[in-house]
Design a protein around this ligand. Structure first.
Ligand code: ARG
Length: 458
């Protein structure tokens, strides 16, 4: 007989059991469900709603059930639909009908919202920690590459040289914003919905704050209808996770490009690459590609959740059971990607000579020639046109700017003198961008130092 079977005259159609059950995925919530129940029963005891004796039996029983589930010894059944009813059923099997007192003043609706929040709290801590590990790996590469110059791109065309350290630090700041977003969401996740009952509260003189304190929530959801209907915290997490995925995916794309023979800027460690079943020479950046690919499922879960919630009347609706798989999968997807990413970045070989070559054999110092002429009094718009002509000339001569003789330079402007050769050298070009946040070595060193302080804070 079902826990709610009283008003029914027939058993549930088997296909309905199968269709409505969530036990095959919500069993992930077992530990949180037990945690919540332990706090709830203690509150029932303290408030005199359940006798001390009964509460102690229930507490002990819950611990046994928890241990059995953890050891894989408990049978979780579809017939009991979800993790909440499975646990209640196991408890009653364990300690008898007194187990039936656990659900006093509670509904699965506030219970499931509680479990989701407990689960997400833990996931937020784990993911933030993994993001910090990745930041540290990027930071290390930055420190090791303070003199490594590579082309910076716009439109994927070589634009102006930058330090590889600068490029790595750009990602450190992206992931910093991600960590901040996750940590800001904490205060909204960390509110206890328990005590909202099915939707309207409960007739029992419960103490919601007691449960909230016990479970280390910052406060309680103040409106019972909102408490059981709200899945904003899931959407917010999925949105934040989507941005983490965006950042990872952009970095992946760069790793894939950089490890191609065409770029040949980096080599990922063998331990983080895979081969081809047919082509013996292949070494593929599969991890980076797959992390990039999995961005799709994370975005999908965000869209899925938003769409599920759209148009739902208050309060709980069974539709909301669809909140779980996307959230679990997103947490697992991020954990999997981030755990691999930090060591993959740390072990990446940076081919500084090839990067330098790509800068030296190019025209990405053209802006510096234009700026030089501005320094001599020419208007920027004019110097832009003059340098455009010089670049066109050099291209036709199959030369780079630094290959031009002073005579040749002076054909374009008599303002050009022989100090131009120092001005246009790759490292000088980088170091000339000596503005706060710029790519000059001393400015990148500032970023590296300030990021170190961020790490110590978190
Ligand atoms: N398994 C359900 C869910 O995940 C738990 C809440 C069900 N409540 C109900 N009244 N059917 O949403």
């Amino acid at each position: 007989m079902k826990l709610w079977g009283g008003r029914f005259t027939k058993p549930t159609n088997e296909l309905v059991d199968e269709y409505t059950a969530s036990i095959h995925f919500d069993q992930k919530l077992a530990v949180y469900d037990i945690q919540g129940s332990l706090a709830h029963v203690e509150m029932l005891k303290v408030c005199g709603i359940v006798s001390e004796e009964d509460a102690d039996v229930i507490t002990a029983g819950l611990r046994v059930v928890g241990d059995k589930i953890a050891a894989g010894e408990a049978v979780l059944s579809e017939e009991n639909e979800d993790i909440h009813m499975n646990i209640e059923k196991l408890l009653i099997d364990e300690i008898g009908s007194v187990g039936g007192k656990l659900h006093t003043g509670r509904s699965r609706n506030d219970q499931v919202a509680l479990d989701m929040r407990l689960y997400l709290r833990e996931a937020l801590v784990t993911i933030s920690q993994l993001l910090l590990d990745l930041q540290k790996a990027l930071h290390k590469q930055a420190e090791a590459n303070l003199e490594t110059v590579l082309p910076g791109y716009t439109h994927l065309q070589r634009a102006q040289p930058v330090l590889f350290a600068h490029h790595m630090m750009a990602y450190v700041y992206m992931f910093q914003r991600d960590i901040e977003r996750l940590s800001d969401s904490w205060k909204r996740v960390n509110q206890s919905p328990l005590g909202a009952g099915a939707l309207a509260g409960t007739t029992f003189p419960i103490d919601r704050q007691y449960v909230a304190d016990k479970l280390r929530f910052e406060g309680i959801c103040e409106n019972s209808l909102d408490a059981v209907s709200d899945r904003d915290f899931v959407v917010e997490f999925l949105a934040n996770a989507s941005l983490v995925s965006t950042h990872l995916s952009r970095l992946c794309e760069e790793l894939v490009q950089w490890s191609s023979a065409e770029f040949n800027f980096i080599e990922l460690d063998d331990a983080f690459c895979t081969g081809s079943s047919m082509m013996p020479q292949k070494k593929n950046p599969d991890v980076a590609e797959l992390v990039r690919g999995k961005t799709g499922r994370v975005y999908g879960h965000l869209m899925g959740m938003l769409t599920t919630l759209k148009g739902l009347p208050l309060a709980y609706n069974k539709d909301m059971q669809e909140d779980k798989e996307g959230m679990f999968d997103t947490v697992e997807t991020l954990k999997g990607a981030l755990a691999l990413f930090a060591p993959m970045i740390e072990t990446m070989e940076v081919k500084a000579d090839n990067m330098y070559e790509a800068v030296a054999k190019d025209y990405s110092n053209a802006t510096d020639l234009a700026d030089y002429l501005v320094g001599k009094g020419m208007a920027f718009r004019e110097s832009h046109a003059v340098v455009g002509q010089a670049v066109l000339y050099a291209i036709n001569q199959q030369k780079f700017l630094l290959d031009l003789s002073l005579d040749e330079f002076q054909r374009f402007s008599s303002l050009i003198e022989k100090d131009i050769y120092e001005v246009l050298a790759p490292k000088a070009v980088v170091d000339a961008r000596n503005v706060a946040g710029g790519t000059a070595q001393n400015r990148v060193e500032e970023q590296i130092a300030s990021a170190k302080q961020l790490f110590q804070m978190s």
